[in-house]
Design a protein around this ligand. Structure first.
Ligand SMILES: O=C(O)C1=C[C@@H](OP(=O)(O)O)[C@@H](O)[C@H](O)C1
Ligand SMILES: C=C(OP(=O)(O)O)C(=O)O
Length: 422
């Protein structure tokens, strides 16, 4: 992990195509699935290609607090040894603003006999979890979240229930993934059904199914919104984690905006994560489509929106309502910060975001101190604007540590000059 970062970085546009080789870090989504699945499997699992960042460190720490041995033989591996059951931790689990860790553990700790409190930081305490808590209750589990957001208190009997459970996943697909991961601990088969067909990025549920099967689960997709999970528990295994597709979006953005070429060591079509779909969209720059549906590549929307600010025509982002319940309200944050660069550059229309592209911005000086709202993706995507516009300052650059601690080193290694600022 890098040393302490300054309060802000001012970016000097490189005025040339950026080229080089950059290996994105391991996938956050897959690392946090694999860590938990390994903790729920009896024996030792070796996870390679893993991400070591704030979100995965928080997951690993929580698992250790529940009696799992998590060793770190090198910078990208975890060795996880478990009895296959989690033990009640002595204190509340603190999961920062890691949505994956918070949602996945809320269901997983329901398999413990004893009381567990799942909590996060002030931002996580604003992110809804009620649909998941309601689903757990319907399985007979004593789960309480007075605010509908963390903290959640679970008083488990060691049994996870069985039968059919309905879940409303319109705010987050993570609720479905959380139920599916815990379901092999059912007293019998568990059927997870969506209450509507509405779900954010379905591709994340597919990631969950693939990881569960790798750890020996038997899970069948029945139609668009129904899954049947057998009560098999999990088996330890060795598991390789692919690079992070959301991290890759910044590299694709750098290529598009500077006309450069970055070798990621992996082609876009080799990723199994939903955000890989952003590559084809970013590659249309500077003639981007007038309407972009962000519903199946949500974490890539801030990246694409910043790229779109330099495109030849306005771009409307649709299908992004649940960006309002991410690390921050990303629709508002992206609009605010684009408007800080040039008033009128973006507008919120209901839950759509319209980016009024202005290719003439490239090369201008537009002194702007970009607020990042504790949100790694706002910091990383607005750094791209600083590659073309002079005098862009990104506040709290350390917030990229949530998923990409080496982000600023990566930019510096590509030759981008970053000046520490107050
Ligand atoms: O399952 C996952 O790994 C994730 C699902 C998505 O969240 P939602 O399902 O809450 O939209 C995504 O935004 C998040 O970064 C990771
Ligand atoms: C939404 C995100 O994270 P999470 O929900 O896992 O906190 C993200 O990484 O963009």
């Amino acid at each position: 992990m890098p040393n302490a970062l300054p309060a802000a970085y001012t970016i000097t546009p490189p005025n040339r195509p950026l080229t080089g080789r950059v290996s994105p870090p391991g996938s956050k989504s897959i690392t946090n699935r694999a860590l938990l699945l390994a903790a729920l499997a009896e024996g030792t699992s070796r996870l390679t290609g893993a991400l070591k960042s704030k979100d995965t460190v928080l997951m690993a720490r929580a698992l250790r607090e529940m009696g799992v041995m998590v060793q770190e033989p090198d910078a990208t591996s975890f060795l996880v040894t478990s009895t296959g059951r989690l033990q009640a931790p002595e204190e509340a689990l603190f999961l920062g603003n890691a949505g994956t860790a918070t949602r996945f553990l809320t269901a997983a700790v329901a398999t413990i006999e004893g009381t567990v409190v799942v909590d996060g930081d002030e931002d996580m305490r604003l992110r809804p979890i009620k649909p998941l808590v309601d689903a757990l209750k319907s399985l007979g589990i004593d789960a309480q979240s007075p605010t509908g957001c963390p903290p959640v208190t679970l008083r488990g009997t060691g049994r996870f229930g069985s039968g059919r459970v309905e879940i409303d996943a319109s705010l987050s697909s993570q609720y479905v993934s959380a139920l599916l991961v815990a379901a092999p601990f059912g007293d019998g088969p568990i059927e997870v059904d969506l209450t509507g067909k509405d779900i954010g990025a379905r591709g994340y549920v597919d990631l969950t199914l693939a990881a569960m099967r790798a750890f020996g689960a038997e899970v069948e997709s029945r139609d668009d919104g129904s899954w049947l999970v057998q009560p098999t528990g999990y088996q330890a295994t060795d598991f390789h984690i692919e690079p992070d597709a959301s991290a890759a979006t910044y590299l694709w953005g750098i290529e598009a905006l500077t006309g450069g070429k970055i070798d990621l060591g992996v082609p876009a079509d080799a990723f199994t994560q939903p955000d890989a779909a952003a590559q084809a969209v970013i590659a249309t720059f500077p003639d981007m489509p007038g309407v972009i549906d962000g519903s199946q590549m949500q974490d890539a929307v801030p990246t694409i929106a910043v790229v779109a600010a330099f495109s030849n025509r306005p771009v409307r982002f649709v299908g992004i309502a649940n960006l309002r319940v991410k690390e921050t309200d990303r629709i508002r944050a992206v609009a605010n910060e684009l408007n800080r660069i040039r008033p009128g550059l973006a507008v919120e229309e209901g839950d759509d975001l319209v980016v009024n592209a202005d290719p003439a911005l490239a090369g201008q000086s537009r002194p702007a101190r970009i607020e990042t709202y504790h949100d790694h993706r706002i910091a990383m995507s607005f750094a791209l604007a600083g590659l073309l516009v002079k005098d862009i300052t990104i506040l709290d650059p350390a917030c990229t540590g949530k998923t990409y601690p080496e982000y600023w080193d990566m930019l510096a290694n590509l030759g981008v000059h970053l000046t520490p600022a107050a």
